[in-house]
Design a protein around this ligand. Structure first.
Ligand code: ATP
Ligand code: MG
Length: 484
């Protein structure tokens, strides 16, 4: 703690909010320490009025009583950050949830509220962040430093897409931060166990504020997450941060704001919720070379009701982000998983970061899928279809089958490119739809066997198109492969 600025008193306590007097020097987002009979509890000043300050209590608010002393630490609420955080599951104040200890005692103080880097400190998004999911990397690619929304109804695989993206960062020098907001503790342990099993906790931090935690902790957790992300990005590293989900974050903020007696606006959300989320997501960045070249890629998650993207929070966040991955209940239920709706999903900056080889094979995939969506409507009427149309529909069906993918099974980029190359160049025309999954699996091991020098993977990773020698090798491997 810095020097003590001033000391006040709790005059009223309501559901996790302490109304305090005597804190004339405090600023918005300022940190206070409330001295309760059960020990110190941290708080953050959110409402600044002339004679009183509304403080959210970060911890056990039941122990806070009217008359408790409140100390203004003179600092914006901050979290101690260092590399020690990697592999840990912490709460929004940096306390290890397994041991109850603060993970980083010294470290660098990273403020939860910080101004996003300005235009001069940034450079364009040019490097891909591979999710390992074919339908995303091929058609709605994400670039490092981008903000891409993952949106869909309940149980459509939103979390799965995010966790798979974390799994795919293995060996890719990217720190992953998974911020869990308002989820059940059991779900977090499940996620943690999966990340552990796949060796992904070696580069991942989980910041969890569960449904049973105080609303204030749920509210601040994305800020703790991004503050930690900034610590790594400032050191020149690439960071992927997931906010799962901002719908629950908005609920938490609405609850707090009503207790702080802020005037409710649309759907009872306070008017500044848009500003709040845009400030948070603005902190995603590709830093300039002068600033070390680090990056923060953000995947905020939003839950919709009955696919209604026009509701208040979804529209807000859609307008703030650089695109959205839209997960569709109907697709999900029909077995199309991941249930990415390629027609309604977009990525506004990622295509400039997409590897050339992916682009080369993906453009045809996108076209075929778009044509398929149009023709599908005709096919439903059962009208006589000419040969060309029928062929297009068959190709579309094959492509839809091709982008199906099991959970926790991200693809290496060159595997993805090789499979798509096969699909768009007619190598899969004779393969039965129900054998396609097996074809992909067996072809991948065949490919790795035949190309043990890694010519194809090097060609893909080098950022060049598949052409000349690598293309000849890929073709001869494809010609030599038959599914038995
Ligand atoms: P919630 O709204 O509850 O947060 P969600 O949209 O995050 O749900 P998930 O929890 O990721 O959805 O997934 C829902 C269910 O679908 C889970 O049981 C998950 O295992 C399954 N699932 C997700 N993706 C796939 C996939 N690619 N293949 C098969 N099953 C999947
Ligand atoms: Mg989820």
């Amino acid at each position: 703690m810095n020097e003590i600025k001033n000391i006040g008193q709790v005059i009223e306590i309501r559901d996790g909010i302490a109304i305090c007097n005597g804190l004339s020097e405090i600023g918005y987002g300022g940190e206070v320490v409330i001295q309760t009979s059960n020990g110190d509890v941290k708080g953050q000043a959110l409402n600044l009025e002339e004679d009183r300050v509304g403080v959210i209590v970060l911890g056990n608010y039941l122990s806070v009583k009217a008359g408790d002393k409140v100390i203004n630490s003179g600092e914006i609420l901050s979290i101690n950050a260092s590399d020690l955080l990697i592999g840990k599951t912490i709460n929004a104040l940096g306390i290890n949830l397994e041991t109850g200890e603060e993970v980083v005692k010294k470290g660098i103080r990273m403020p939860l509220e910080a101004k996003a880097p300005g235009i001069i400190e940034r450079k364009p998004v040019t490097r891909p962040l591979q999710t390992g999911i074919i339908s995303i990397d091929a058609t709605i690619p994400v670039g490092k430093g981008q903000r891409e929304l993952v949106i869909g109804d309940r149980q459509t695989g939103k979390t799965a897409v995010c966790i798979d993206t974390i799994l795919n960062q293995k060996g890719k020098d990217t720190i992953c931060i998974y911020v869990a907001i308002g989820q059940k503790a059991a779900k977090i342990s499940q996620i943690k166990a999966q990340l552990d099993k796949e060796g992904a906790m070696d580069y991942t931090i989980i910041v969890a504020a569960n449904a049973s935690d105080p609303t204030a902790m749920q509210y601040i957790s994305p800020y703790s997450g991004v503050a930690i992300a900034e610590y790594f990005a400032n050191n020149g590293q690439d960071v992927l941060i997931i906010y799962d989900d901002l719908t629950k974050h908005a609920f938490a903020y609405r609850a707090i704001s009503l207790l702080l007696e802020r005037p409710p606006g649309r759907e009872a959300y306070p008017g500044d919720i848009f500003y709040l989320h845009s400030r948070l997501l603005e902190r995603a960045v590709q830093l300039s070379d002068e600033k070390g070249g680090g990056s923060i890629t953000a995947l905020p998650v939003v839950e919709t009701q009955a696919g209604d993207v026009a509701a208040y929070i979804p529209t807000n966040i859609i307008s703030i982000t650089d695109g959205q991955i839209f997960l569709d209940t109907e697709l999900f239920n029909s077995g199309q998983r991941p249930a990415v709706n390629i027609g309604t999903s977009v990525s506004r900056v990622g295509s400039s970061a997409q590897l050339k080889a992916t682009k080369q094979v993906a453009s045809k995939l996108k076209l075929e899928l778009a044509q398929f969506r149009e023709l599908q409507a005709f096919a439903q009427f059962g009208s006589e279809l000419d040969e060309v149309t029928q062929k297009k529909i068959n190709t579309g069906k094959m492509m839809m089958e091709l982008v199906k993918q099991a959970q926790a099974a991200p693809y290496q980029t060159y595997h993805m490119v090789s499979i798509l190359y096969a699909a768009v160049n007619g190598y899969l025309d004779e393969v039965n739809l129900d054998e396609l999954a097996r074809w992909k699996e067996e072809f991948i091991s065949y490919l790795d066997n035949k190309d043990s020098d890694g010519v194809i993977s090097q060609a893909v990773e080098s950022g060049k198109k598949i052409q000349d020698k690598p293309e000849e090798i890929l073709k001869s491997i494809l010609e030599g492969f038959t599914l038995v």
